[in-house]
Design a protein around this ligand. Structure first.
Ligand code: C2E
Ligand code: MG
Ligand code: MG
Ligand code: MG
Length: 279
């Protein structure tokens, strides 16, 4: 019996492996093609400042696959990181965003855009020179792009990450630490890293009014951030109650489905016209 059991387990394991290999191969062919054939698109989610005014949006990539429909970045960014495809993909996102910002300006819409950058992109370094060159080309006097990095960027190659973060800031980009509180970084680390803001992870915000521990954590994080003159942005706000909590506790920026889901660029133009400052 033991032997049979063992073999059964092995079969399940092999089947899983098979599926993973298959998925890797599928992504390997199709994500590359998507990048070449223009099947990627960028959605934008508005970010509210403490006065309720939207001055920036977050760029979130989407893949419109003929085979699978809209694929979430959660399903392909990890693969893109592993394969290195994140480098050309990230360059495409950056250039697409900059082009969109210029198009919005023609329409009288003045927005900054935050772009997500992953550890692998930082290590490659070309994302910084890409932005610098594109800015020079654009003729813009100021950098309208901000950078969202996760704590994992600091773990993989801290010295290099810190240098690049400073360079981004010198270029005029704000650097935001994304998903704060889910990784391994500590509050004391915040004093050493060149950042302008932290984005509290959604898991803190979810049902915050029923979560006394999350409430204490958020208050403590806000207090430390204030002492270090860092902005605090809450992401993933879905309800009025969640909004009330963050407003009462000194959070500066707000973002979430409660205000708007990520949407195509043209739609954001309409959304902005219909949503003046929310105070
Ligand atoms: P993130 O940067 O932390 O982005 C927040 C994610 O939460 C987004 O998921 C957004 O659509 C979602 N979200 C926003 N508000 C709410 C809310 O109120 N409730 C809930 N449940 N979710 C909300 P998305 O678009 O699927 O992106 C997932 C992750 O993929 C991002 O997390 C980011 O780490 C990564 N990503 C997206 N675009 C890019 C990109 O261009 N480059 C890189 N390197 N990573 C990207
Ligand atoms: Mg982000
Ligand atoms: Mg986040
Ligand atoms: Mg995230």
């Amino acid at each position: 019996h033991a032997k049979e059991n063992g073999r059964g387990k092995f079969c399940v394991f092999a089947a899983e492996m098979n599926q993973r290999v298959f998925e890797y191969l599928w992504l390997d062919t199709n994500l590359r093609k998507a990048l070449e054939q223009d099947h990627l698109t960028v959605f934008y989610q508005p970010k509210l400042d403490s006065d309720g005014v939207v001055r920036s949006a977050e760029a979130l990539v989407r893949w419109n696959s003929p085979e699978r429909g809209m694929v979430s970045p959660a399903d392909f960014i990890p693969y893109a990181e592993e394969s290195g495809l994140i480098v050309p993909l990230g360059r495409w996102v950056m250039l697409t965003v900059l082009r969109q910002i210029l198009a919005w300006r023609e329409q009288g819409i003045n927005l900054r855009v935050a772009v997500n950058v992953s550890a692998r992109q930082l290590i490659d370094q070309s994302i910084y020179s890409d932005l610098k060159l594109a800015l020079m080309d654009s003729g813009l006097a100021e950098c309208p792009i901000d950078i969202e990095l996760t704590e994992s960027c600091l773990i993989e190659n801290e010295a290099q990450a810190l240098t690049l973060m400073k360079q981004f800031q010198e270029l005029g980009a704000q650097v935001h630490l994304d998903d704060f509180g889910t990784g391994y970084s500590s509050l004391s680390q915040l004093a050493r890293v060149p950042i302008n803001a932290i984005k509290l992870d959604q898991s803190f915000i979810r049902n915050i009014n029923e979560q006394p521990v999350s409430q204490s954590l958020v208050r403590a994080i806000v207090a430390v951030a204030k002492a270090l003159t860092l902005q605090v942005i809450a992401e993933g706000i879905e309800t009025k109650a969640e909004e009330e909590f963050v407003l009462l506790n000194g959070v500066d920026g707000r973002q979430g489905y409660f205000y708007a889901k990520p949407m195509p660029a043209e739609q954001l133009g309409h959304w902005l016209a219909k949503h003046p400052a929310r105070v």
